[in-house]
Write a protein that binds this ligand. Structure first.
Ligand SMILES: CC(C)(COP(=O)(O)OP(=O)(O)OC[C@H]1O[C@@H](n2cnc3c(N)ncnc32)[C@H](O)[C@@H]1OP(=O)(O)O)[C@@H](O)C(=O)NCCC(=O)NCCS
Length: 356
């Protein structure tokens, strides 16, 4: 193995090269693209925003493993780097850590990757040691990472002592072949069980007067079954909702949000959100959070919300062909909704946990 160095891959505002540049971050993005699984790919804008902060307000840091042995001061395009400067082309792997700030401060969320052409050389193991060190320095006790079930991440995580803590399937709804009239019929039937609620919707940032409602609704996600993951309840405030939206906007992500309100009490009852990369949708959208607060469950509100939001979304984003969503296998209620809508299993991922 060449001599490796792990260097910060910070977002460089003044990096003129962007994804094609020579910065460690550009190199890390190239590795990330080389590791892409089928499904929607992360745009450079989304990637570079996500290494500055997570969508839940997590502090983020990114590190690149560089093949120092090859750094003779010459870039791959022949230009000089100035000696020991690291160039994007030499990045062979890296890791991104997210440190929750508002809750779950015992956790570090890890994304670890080695370029497919440089695997089984010890790069991943070295990066994991580095990530564990950084997480310990931050006072974190548990590392969580996810990987496709049938990929090398499974063998790697087992070899390094991680335990499987949760299994999630990704499901896809193909809008090109979806049965539109069937979906309308499903919605008409479901609405009959959900009387006494009105729907409200908006694209982009939440209006100021609704931020408190969204914070309450976001805490409904705390009831989501999480398997053996050592994750505590999340606390949401209006400020945190706004910060999440600002991060998504920086990342070029456009959101379509719908909430259900209980007419008699005026209380928020449930919400759902679809997200699309505004610049590079490439045919994909993501079905993000859906939650119904406990007093309002059992009235098919989740299905009504998802179907109504999807109808509106399709009218606004006609180029989107497929919607992808995550579903914990421990969450049969959401799985039933997704299957009723015609979502089909795409692949399976494990979430791995390591006490550090
Ligand atoms: C998982 C991943 C980071 C491993 O990177 P790597 O640089 O190949 O890892 P290492 O060379 O340090 O491997 C360490 C050990 O993990 C195990 N391992 C890694 N890949 C393996 C594979 N494909 N099959 C069997 N064992 C494997 C082995 O025990 C290996 O030690 P060995 O080579 O001496 O037998 C890399 O395959 C990758 O980027 N995968 C896609 C992203 C991903 O799944 N990340 C999540 C990791 S939890």
């Amino acid at each position: 193995m060449h001599t490796m160095r792990v260097v910060p891959a910070a977002q460089e505002e003044d990096d003129p090269g962007g994804p094609a540049g020579h910065s460690p971050l550009a190199g890390l993005y190239a590795v990330s693209r080389a590791c892409d699984e089928p499904g929607p790919a992360m745009s450079w804008r989304h990637f570079s925003a996500s290494v500055r902060s997570g969508a839940g307000g997590e502090r983020a840091e990114a590190w690149a493993a560089c093949d120092a042995g090859q750094d003779d001061g010459t870039r791959t395009d022949g230009t000089r780097t100035g000696g020991d400067q690291v160039v994007g082309g030499q990045v062979v792997g890296g890791h991104i850590l997210h440190f929750p700030q508002d809750d779950n401060t015992h956790l570090a969320l890890l994304r670890l990757m080695t370029h497919p052409l440089r695997r089984r050389e010890g790069v991943g193991g070295m990066l994991l040691d580095h990530a564990i060190g950084r997480a310990r320095d931050e006072g974190r006790r548990v590392l969580i990472a996810e990987a496709p079930a049938d990929g090398p991440g499974t063998a790697f995580a087992k070899a390094r002592g991680f335990s499987p803590a949760s299994t999630e399937t990704r499901l896809v709804l193909d809008l090109r072949t979806a049965d539109r009239s069937g979906l309308e019929l499903l919605r008409a039937r479901a609405v009959r069980h959900a009387t006494g609620y009105s729907l409200e919707r908006w694209a982009g940032p939440t209006p100021d007067d609704l931020l408190g409602d969204i914070a309450r609704l976001a805490e409904g996600m705390n009831d989501e079954p999480l398997g053996d993951l050592a994750v505590e309840e999340q606390r949401w405030t209006a400020d945190r909702v706004r910060a999440r939206e600002e991060m998504l906007a920086r990342a070029g992500q456009r959101t379509y949000t719908m909430i259900a309100r209980h007419t008699a009490s005026g209380e928020p009852a449930g919400f759902t959100q679809l997200v699309v990369d505004a610049e590079r949708p490439e045919g994909w959208a993501r079905q993000d959070v859906t939650t119904v607060l406990a007093p309002h469950r059992g009235r098919r509100l989740g299905l009504v919300l998802k179907l109504a939001n999807l109808t509106w979304f399709r009218a606004c984003e006609p180029s989107v062909e497929r919607v992808i969503t995550w579903n914990s296998v421990a969450n049969p209620h959401m799985l039933a909704i997704n299957e009723a809508m015609g979502f089909e299993v795409f692949d399976t991922w494990y979430q791995w946990q390591l006490d550090i």
